[in-house]
Ligand binder design. Structure first.
Ligand code: HEM
Length: 139
C-alpha cells in the first residue's frame, strides 16, 4: 500500500514514475550509470557537465515528454524530433535516442522490481512505440 496520488489504472506511466521517486528519490544517477555501462563511448560527451545539471535537466525534459505524450499532449513528438537534430551537432546519432529510452525504462524496471506490473510494462511499451511513430512522422 502506498500514498500514491495518481490512479494506477488510468495512468500507469505516471504512476510508475511516482513509485520510482518513492523508492529511490532522483533516479538520474542510476540512469546515467546504466547508460555509460552499456555505451561507454557516450560518457566523454558529458565531460563539460561537471555538476551533472545538464544530465539532470535532460532526463527531466525526456520524462516530461513521456508524460505529455501519455496524456495525449502535443509537444513531445515535435520536441524529440527537434532534439534529434540539435543533438546531431554534439555527436549523438538518432539511434542513441532509442537506446537511451530503453535504458531509462530498464533502470525503472530494476528500481521497481516486483512493483513493475504487466500493466506498467504494457503502458511503457505502447508509449515508446507510439511516440516513435509520431516522431518519425515529424521528420
Ligand atoms: C528526448 C531526448 C532528449 C532530450 C529532450 C534532450 C534534451 C537535452 C537538453 C535540454 C540539454 C541541455 C541541458 C542543459 O544544458 O541544462 C541536453 C544536453 C545534452 N544531451 Fe540531450 N536530450 C535528449 C537525448 C539525448 C541523448 C539520447 C543523448 C546521448 C546520450 C544526449 C546527450 C546530450 C549531451 C552530451 C548534452 C550536453 C551536456 C553538456 O552540456 O555537457 N541527449 N539534452
Amino acid at each position: 500500500m502506498n500514498d500514491t496520488m495518481i490512479d494506477p489504472i488510468a495512468d500507469p506511466v505516471a504512476h510508475s514514475l511516482e513509485l520510482v521517486v518513492e523508492k529511490c528519490g532522483d533516479p538520474t544517477d542510476l540512469v546515467y550509470k546504466r547508460l555509460f555501462a552499456d555505451a561507454p563511448e557516450l560518457e566523454p560527451l558529458f565531460l563539460l557537465d561537471k555538476d551533472g545539471s545538464a544530465r539532470g535537466n535532460m532526463l527531466s525534459q525526456i520524462l516530461e515528454c513521456f508524460l505529455d505524450f501519455s496524456n495525449n499532449g502535443n509537444y513531445a513528438a515535435s520536441m524529440i524530433s527537434c532534439e534529434r537534430t540539435n543533438h546531431e551537432h554534439i555527436g549523438v546519432p538518432h539511434d542513441v535516442f532509442d537506446s537511451f529510452f530503453a535504458t531509462i525504462i530498464d533502470t525503472f524496471k530494476d528500481i521497481l522490481g516486483a512493483d513493475w506490473t504487466p500493466e506498467i510494462d504494457k503502458a511503457w511499451t505502447s508509449l515508446i512505440r507510439d511516440l516513435n511513430i509520431s516522431v518519425a512522422g515529424k521528420a
